[in-house]
Design a protein around this ligand. Structure first.
Ligand code: IPM
Ligand code: MG
Length: 370
């Protein structure tokens, strides 16, 4: 029997609550469909700091390196606002990304038909929206050296972050974006700030060259990242795949997420390069929303982004395409029937909690799986 090694890192805030719903799907698939998932557990973020004084321990880091896929909940919260910078909760996530070399972050923004009215934008602007942000995840200003605050000795301090990209880093993320565009509407928009940043000049050049060398069948546009942000809220349906750097991708993906009605709905996947021997990629799946400390522990968090992240995991790490399709369909059906958590509640509908939403999607999934 196949075994599928999954590491669950629930983290902080609403992470454990939403991960709890995924566990039910895993148990069901193991029992009813002999899926062979083997679960490992670990700590990341504030909970890891409280337990081992580190944002992720060496042991858990080793588990992540050995797993077929990692499911990640969320990290951070006011409780850890004053812990040292190096061991702050977010450092655990950044370490996972860097050491697993997860350079490609896929953030789909899909507007479920049932939620078009929940967006802060006009319904006709977002209805049917289906875009994919491909964010570079292991380079740029997040990791560049120097990264420091120095005391200038005259009562002033100086803070430096370094935005840096090498050709190969841009080439490989552009390749991922072009390949994915071919499976969708065949269009890539690359975003940078070549008008003020040298890294933007190189980004633009390398994306253009990569396109010319291998992907001329795909349509390519370039936009300055600020204008891109504006176009995202003006008419998001003009985009198919957007490829951009680590920092712009962080910001633009939050904007794109909000277009769809709720940050609580969107999954993401992060991939490394294919292994030379096995062809499999290291992968981590996480909801785009954060730890939401304001609602943590109340049982009202929306588990859909976490469930949809699990669906991406089934599709991309385990090639369980039918199961992924059915899970995504189960989510859409439940939303069509008007089942809502508080974050996406509409007038006159009594919202359900995390567990009830998870159970309802699971029941629908079971009936779709037959
Ligand atoms: C994200 C988050 C992270 C980031 C934080 C938690 C470090 O905002 O995944 O978008 O900035 O990348
Ligand atoms: Mg972010």
């Amino acid at each position: 029997m196949t075994t599928r090694k999954l590491l669950l890192l629930s983290g902080d805030g609403i992470g454990p609550e939403t991960m709890g719903e995924v566990r039910k799907f895993i148990a069901y698939m193991n029992e009813a469909h002999s899926a062979g998932f083997e679960l490992e557990e670990g700590h990341v973020g504030g909970v890891a700091y409280d337990t081992h004084g580190q944002s992720i321990s060496e042991t858990d880091m080793a588990k992540a390196m050995a797993a077929d896929a990692v499911l990640f909940g969320a990290v951070g919260g006011p409780k850890w606002d004053s812990v040292p910078y190096d061991v702050r909760p977010e450092a655990g996530l950044l370490r996972l990304r860097k050491e697993m070399e997860l350079f490609a972050n896929l953030r789909p923004a899909i507007c479920y038909p049932a939620l078009a009215s929940a967006s802060s934008l006009r319904q006709d602007v977002v209805e049917g929206l289906d875009i994919l942000i491909v964010r570079e995840l292991t380079g740029g200003v997040y990791f560049g050296d120097p990264k420091e605050i120095t005391d200038l000795g005259n009562g002033q301090k100086r803070a430096v972050d370094t935005q840096v990209y090498d050709t190969y880093e841009i080439e490989r993320i552009a390749g991922v974006a072009f390949e994915l565009a071919r499976t969708r509407s065949n269009k890539v928009t690359s975003m940078e700030k070549r008008n003020v940043m040298k890294s933007g000049v190189l980004w633009n050049e390398v994306v253009t060259q990569t396109h010319k060398a291998n992907y001329q069948d795909v349509e390519l546009d370039h936009m300055l990242a600020d204008a891109g942000g504006m176009q995202l809220v003006r008419w998001p349906k003009q985009f198919d795949v957007i490829v951009t750097d680590n920092l712009f991708g962080d910001m633009l993906s939050d904007v794109a997420a909000m277009l769809t009605g709720s940050l609580g709905m969107l999954p993401s996947a992060s991939f490394g390069a294919p292994d030379e021997k096995t062809g499999s990629r290291k992968a981590l799946y996480e909801p785009v929303h954060g730890s939401a400390p304001d609602i943590a522990g109340q049982g009202i968090a929306n588990p859909i982004a976490m469930l949809a992240s699990f669906a991406m995991c089934l599709r991309y790490s385990f090639n369980m395409v039918a199961e992924a399709d059915q899970l995504e369909k189960a989510i859409a059906n439940v939303l069509d029937r008007g089942v809502r958590t508080t974050d996406i509640a509409s007038d006159g509908i009594k919202p359900v909690g995390t567990v009830e939403m998870g159970d309802t999607v699971l029941a629908e999934f079971k009936s779709l799986m037959g």
